[in-house]
Design a protein. Structure first.
Length: 388
């Protein structure tokens, strides 16, 4: 259904191929995933078969070069996929991490051998990818990480713990941030690719974390106790490059979060507009009351402005021009907008908005984490301020 104020707007980067991709993605999510939503929410993680089916349809690794099994596109294609996922209300599959982030690290920093080894499986959905940065005591302070990787012959021995890891319980491949030299601060951080699908010795998955939202999205703790990882799995080929690698990739991760935020805003306005046209109060539809019209006018305007800002950032990123501060602006401002708009739309549903019978309630609970992961919004404001 169209969004008032947005249905006549076309992003400047969008081409007919993006429209075809959107149709394919929307059909996949609507027909093959959404019918299983209640079951997936109850089990706390998506079905592995849905990753494989997405791979069969060519929806994974859209920005991965074709020679490694991907779609040969760019971030604009990933953005279309992620927008459609959120816009239709699908929140279980961790595609933002699997395809929007993990494959990006491998394309940017992997050797030819590493790319040939891992990317085709990720693009086919045979492997599920995760990235593990956050630690129980560290939060957004990546330099404070304690997970160690000590060289032992041709391997590294990894010891430590990670938490809040999206795709953690299903992941076959984990891009892991470790300290290879704890005496050098940020310069001692490296990235290792850990193959954990067969539950190797020294690796253990913790519990699925119980969250206030995103109940069907796999989030877990990971524990390492002498996990042996081949030194050949080091990204970049040299120790100490990890912090810089993460800093260069985090703008894309924050843009991924912004895509989801704007798609959620758009969906909230659409659902609410439809509801207030049907629901009556004091003898007339809710849309007939001035307060309802004023709230919706403000929400759709904020959504339109957010969409234009997001599309400018997507265009910049596609041209290789997105800087750290602008990505931080997008992540912070768009997620703040998401939470505000969903909250205001829920209010127009009245008591029904507080029941899970209506999608707006689930959207409200799902939205809150957007201001936390990918670097808290407080950290985003610090990054913006440093650029002044």
């Amino acid at each position: 259904m169209p969004t008032p104020g947005l249905d006549t707007y076309t992003p400047p980067w969008r081409a007919p191929e993006h429209d075809d991709l959107a149709d394919l993605a929307r059909d996949f999510f609507t027909r093959e995933v959404l019918p299983h939503t209640e079951r997936l929410l109850a089990q706390g993680h998506p079905d592995r078969d849905h990753y494989r089916r997405a791979g069969e349809l060519g929806l994974l690794g859209l920005s991965v070069p074709e020679e490694y099994g991907g779609g040969g596109g760019g971030f604009t294609h990933e953005a279309v996929l992620l927008h459609e996922q959120t816009h239709v209300g699908e929140s279980t599959l961790g595609l933002a991490v699997h395809s929007g982030i993990v494959t990006g690290y491998l394309v940017a920093y992997g050797s030819v051998e590493q790319k040939r080894r891992w990317l085709p499986g990720l693009c086919r959905g045979e492997l599920v990818g995760a990235i593990a940065m956050t630690e129980p005591d560290g939060g957004s302070d990546l330099q404070a990480m304690r997970t160690r990787a000590v060289r032992d012959g041709d391997d590294y021995l990894v010891t430590g713990a990670k938490t809040f890891i999206s795709n953690g319980s299903l992941a076959d491949l984990v891009v892991l941030a470790v300290k290879t030299d704890p005496t050098r601060g940020a310069a001692g951080i490296s990235l290792l690719v850990c193959e954990v699908g067969d539950e190797p010795a020294g690796f253990r998955r913790g519990r699925l974390l119980s969250k206030i939202g995103l109940h069907g999205n796999d989030t877990a703790e990971l524990f390492f106790d002498g996990l042996r990882v081949p030194a050949a799995n080091l990204l970049g080929g040299t120790e100490g490059l990890g912090f810089g690698q993460m800093m260069r990739q985090l703008p894309q991760e924050r843009l991924v979060i912004g895509v989801g935020a704007v798609a959620a805003m758009q969906r909230a306005v659409e659902l609410t507009t439809a509801y207030v046209k049907e629901r009556t109060a004091f003898g007339k539809p809710l849309i007939g009351h001035q307060n309802t019209r004023m709230v919706l006018a403000e929400c759709v305007t904020r959504t339109r402005v957010s969409r234009v800002f997001l599309d400018d950032c997507i265009g910049r990123h596609d041209r290789g021009e997105l800087d750290v501060a602008t990505a931080a602006m997008a992540k912070a401002w768009l997620t703040e907008g998401q939470c505000e708009i969903v909250d205001r739309c829920l209010q127009l549903f009245g008591g029904y908005g507080y029941t899970t019978e209506y999608p707006i309630a689930r959207m409200y609970a799902d939205a809150r984490v957007q201001k936390i992961y990918g670097g808290t919004n407080e950290i985003m404001k610090e990054l913006i301020a440093r650029a002044l």
